[in-house]
Design a protein around this ligand. Structure first.
Ligand code: HAM
Length: 423
């Protein structure tokens, strides 16, 4: 029979890789807790309208990257392409605003975007996503950015660059959009067909275009920072001031607009030279007005998402001491196998990593297996040992062997393992 493979652009996370994932997740939980964040777990499937309304109809994600399908009752559902909208939906639905004036949440899990797969870009990928609701201050933006950079530092990522920008607000952005349309209008024929269309649907998305000719045109486009209203300008200056207070290095990139429509004021991205073409490791920003747009209270919001796959490729390879076995029970013969079955169960209940082999293979092949499992000890027990009432315990490192009485075997083993193995 031919084999059925995984879906294109969707990867397994193999046992050799999971320790790295777990370490990153544990670090995230520990650091975020220090900053007052709580974990929320939201579904991977939502009503399509949630993403259409929040991310924006005329974005690449909504126009061409969402996995959307009709459920059996005709309802339109989508596998989440990002988590911000889902977290807001839950925050509103469960009235979390009533519990605390400022709500700090994070979630970790898979997202789905039907992009062209390449290194660092997958159709199912994972994000660590952080959101703060109810704080409109520049200090909140800087605190979130600080937490992101601190986490990446503790996780072990080096050579990062932080870029920031302000995307203005509903008062000043329309003026900027008009200036961009007027400027791009002069070069309309030189733009790619997508950008020509974007001129009328969503002009700021032209800044995101990867086509070289569009990039050249956009490099001389009006700068949003020259169009900010006094309030947005003041907000941006104060964010920069707080980042300076924390000694965080950053570059202002006035062409960075982010790929989702909901951002207002501060936007930021973290890049790594280690990532190649898909060099954005994390991105986020402020999105005041989005919670209200999704039917909630008019509270401010700010957050970020980190790509887990990309984060893991930025980490140096470390050899983990994982999956080591405290004791391997090599059993030979029917009675010995039954004994080994009971004994390994008892040792596992006592907190040790115990393994055995039920196949009845030769002692040589069982010892090989114990070696492969990096077992600290091997207990050798055959039917003749069952008769003599003694089993042999071998220290796999020193090669020392000792006889142990079967009648007091569990207690004796537990004592030896306790003194030799750190639980
Ligand atoms: P985003 O920039 O679309 O933002 O995604 C955040 C991160 O997810 C990216 O920097 C990247 O590392 C990773 N990522 C995105 N697409 C892929 C992909 N196809 N394959 C692998 N990794 C990918 C958001 O999603 C916002 N919701 C972030 C946010 C939270 N803003 C405010 N709060």
């Amino acid at each position: 029979m031919d084999k059925i493979t995984a879906v294109k652009g969707i990867k397994d996370i193999l046992p050799s890789e999971t320790p790295g994932w777990q370490k990153v997740e544990t670090t995230a939980r520990a650091i975020f807790e220090r900053f007052g964040f709580h974990e929320i777990r939201v579904p991977i499937m939502e009503k399509t309208a949630l993403f259409q309304r929040s991310i924006g109809e005329a974005t690449d994600i909504v126009e061409k990257e969402m996995y959307t399908f009709r459920d059996r009752d005709e309802e339109l559902l989508t596998l989440r392409p990002e988590a911000t909208a889902c977290v807001i939906r839950a925050y509103v639905e469960h009235n979390l605003a009533s519990a605390e004036p400022v709500t700090k949440l994070f979630t970790i899990g898979p997202m789905f975007r039907r992009e062209r797969p390449q290194k660092g870009r997958y159709r199912q990928f994972h994000q660590i996503d952080v959101e703060v609701f109810g704080d409109d201050t520049p200090a909140s933006d800087a605190e979130v950015i600080f937490m992101l950079m601190h986490f990446l530092d503790v996780a072990g990522v080096e050579n990062l660059s932080l870029e920031i920008n302000s995307l203005g607000c509903k008062d000043c952005r329309p003026g900027f959009s008009r200036a961009v349309v007027a400027y791009l209008g002069q070069f309309q024929d030189g733009l790619c067909p997508d950008c020509q269309r974007r001129l009328t649907t969503n002009p700021l998305r032209v800044f995101d275009c990867k086509v070289e000719a569009c990039g050249r045109i956009i490099s001389d486009a009006p700068r949003i920072l020259d169009h900010l209203c006094p309030e947005c300008l003041d907000h941006f200056d104060r964010v920069k001031g707080f980042l300076d207070d924390l000694n965080l290095e950053y570059a202002v990139n006035s062409n960075m607009v982010r790929g989702l429509d909901y951002y207002t004021k501060t936007a930021f991205e973290v890049k790594s030279g280690k990532l190649g073409a898909q060099n954005s490791l994390a991105g986020g920003g402020r999105y005041d007005g989005l919670v209200a747009l999704l039917g909630g209270p008019d509270v401010a919001g700010v957050g970020f998402g980190i790509g887990m796959e990309r984060l893991l490729t930025c980490l140096p390879d470390t050899e983990e001491n994982v999956g080591k076995t405290d004791i391997f029970v090599a059993a030979l013969g029917t009675r010995a196998l039954k004994f080994a079955f009971k004994l390994t169960g008892l040792l596992r209940r006592s907190g040790f990593t115990a393994a055995t082999d039920y196949s009845g293979k030769s002692l040589k092949s069982q010892m090989k297996r114990a070696d492969k499992m990096q077992s600290a000890f091997t207990l050798i027990i055959g039917d003749s040992e069952m008769d003599s009432g003694r089993a042999v315990l071998r220290n796999m490192k020193t090669k020392n062997q000792q006889d142990l009485l079967l009648e007091s075997l569990p207690e004796a083993l537990i004592n030896i393992l306790k003194s030799e193995v750190i639980l």
